[in-house]
Design a protein around this ligand. Structure first.
Ligand SMILES: [Zn+2]
Length: 202
């Protein structure tokens, strides 16, 4: 536990992950593509990576409905159980098969949907430095949030901790936003994501 306390010391935020981990005696670590210590919620929206090297992390922002936090809808979307008639915002999601490797919620809880060794379906049509289809070689992390509402202190700390673990486990060259790899289509994680603050934590 010392390591986690070291990671989170100085935080004013009561961090759900810390409490969760402390209760379970679990420290986050990566084993065989799994983030041990995260809640595992397997999604069918995945397939094999066509390349072996995992070299990029793509950060996203998501909220369902837009601007609302805390509902079950992200999990339902990634598990193909979202009833798209429940809210007008959901109509455009009907039939969509998407996922990400991880979701980090507002209080720092982490869910894993897809093994890092498999390809999650998060980036869509995208390219990074001339290399198309970022899903092939990237890890997708969704932050519960919007382009305009500040992300939480806890989310930054948990995200930075996980990115450090991923950098140790894989040959990660860079961490970018969805808007960087699909600039014509996507704006997330948005202006509300403070890159200098995040980079300073890694
Ligand atoms: Zn995105």
């Amino acid at each position: 536990m010392d390591h986690l306390y070291e990671v989170y010391s100085g935080s004013d935020t009561l961090c759900a992950l810390l409490l969760h981990s402390a209760k379970l005696g679990v420290v986050l670590r990566i084993e065989n593509g799994m983030l041990v210590g995260a809640a595992q919620v397997p999604s069918e929206n995945k397939d094999s990576r066509p390349v072996e090297e995992i070299s990029l992390i793509v950060l996203h922002g998501i909220s369902l409905p837009d601007g609302e936090f805390g509902g079950p809808y992200i999990k339902q979307l990634f598990c193909n159980s979202l009833d798209c008639k429940q809210h007008p915002d959901f109509s455009s999601l009907d039939g969509l098969k998407v996922s990400s490797h991880l979701v980090i919620y507002r209080e720092g809880e982490v869910e894993q949907y897809v093994s890092f060794l498999d390809r999650a379906w998060h980036a869509g049509k995208s390219s990074y430095h001339g290399q198309a289809n970022c899903n092939d070689f990237s890890i997708g992390i969704e932050l519960e949030g919007t382009d305009h509402v500040p992300y939480t202190s806890c989310q930054y700390k948990v995200l930075a901790h996980i990115c450090r673990l991923l950098q140790q486990a894989y040959s990660i060259c860079n961490i970018v936003g969805h808007s960087d790899v699909a600039p014509e289509r996507k704006t997330d994680p948005g202006d509300s994501f403070l890159w200098p603050h995040f980079r300073a934590l890694i």
